[in-house]
Design a protein around this ligand. Structure first.
Ligand SMILES: O=C(O)CCC(=O)C(=O)O
Length: 266
């Protein structure tokens, strides 16, 4: 974190947007000087994971809903949907693989607004790294809360953010949000889509809400509620659309599906 990083308190407009729509965006919250080392760090992780997958003793690839998953380097790696593609779609957790990335969790530009939204000291809940390479698959509409409910009793006290490492556009598969969808609790899902597929929201059966593409430059941060319906389309661009996803919870709780507690430094 650069020494000059300082909390920019959330405005009443941002608070209202979060309350009414379930999200707000801070364009360019991190600058180019922050992004270059972060991009290098995530590419180093990608290379290490691909290398680990090629080892004879690597954990086997498992299939859920015919998608490829693999436990590598202490992370659950989801491979790109195209059969055989040696590209990571997303992996969770990932912060333990690089100290520069791990320190980001305390950065006031990320944790500060989350702390203001929750109104209490924070701990990390979970961390995910999404690569979305060119031709990377869409992320179907979904809410995060139903996924986390297995293993968390305080899903109403979580705040997530997505930090774009690259400029995000409709073409390269920016995030989309359905404004106000967080106000309705658990929404209908596609029961016939398999084990994880049944966590995808059936948007034809949810209350109407504006579908908002979050087009924003690299370094922008989207803060969002665990119940807001969100997703992304495939990457039709020539470059990656990489992003870090962090979720915070009240201090003192262990990370999701883990035993360690990672409190945020004030
Ligand atoms: O980054 C994306 O395309 C969407 C990711 C997402 O919604 C998730 O990781 O839960």
């Amino acid at each position: 974190m650069p020494a000059e990083a300082a909390l920019d308190p959330i405005s009443s407009a941002e608070r209202e947007r979060y309350r009414e729509s379930g999200f707000f965006v801070r364009p360019g919250a991190l600058g180019p000087g922050d992004l270059a080392p972060l991009r290098a760090a995530v590419e180093a992780i990608h290379a290490r994971v691909v290398e680990a997958a090629g080892r004879v003793a690597a954990a086997p690839v498992e299939r859920i809903d015919d998608r490829r998953y693999q436990s590598l380097l202490g992370s659950t790696v989801k491979w790109e949907w195209r059969e055989g593609a040696p590209e990571i779609r997303s992996m969770e957790p990932f912060l333990h693989l690089d100290a520069r990335l791990e320190g980001l969790v305390d950065d006031v530009r990320l944790a500060g607004p989350a702390r203001e939204l929750l109104g209490e000291p924070l701990a990390l809940f979970t961390d995910k790294l999404n690569f979305k390479r060119p031709r990377g698959a869409p992320f179907p509409w979904h809410q995060d809360t139903p996924y986390w409910r297995f293993g968390c009793a305080h899903t109403d006290r979580l705040v997530s953010l997505q930090l774009y490492l690259d400029d995000a556009t409709r073409e390269n598969g920016c995030l989309w949000m359905i404004a106000g969808s967080h106000l309705h609790g658990d929404l209908p899902v596609h029961e016939d889509r398999g084990l994880l597929g049944r966590l995808y929201t059936d948007v034809d059966r949810v209350p109407a809400g504006e579908r908002v593409p979050i087009e924003a430059p690299g370094g922008s941060v989207v803060f969002f509620h665990g119940d807001v319906v969100h997703g992304s389309r495939s990457n039709r661009g020539a470059g990656s659309r990489r992003a870090l996803v962090l979720t915070y919870q009240p201090a003192g709780h262990p990370c999701w599906n883990r035993e360690d507690v990672r409190n945020i430094r004030p």
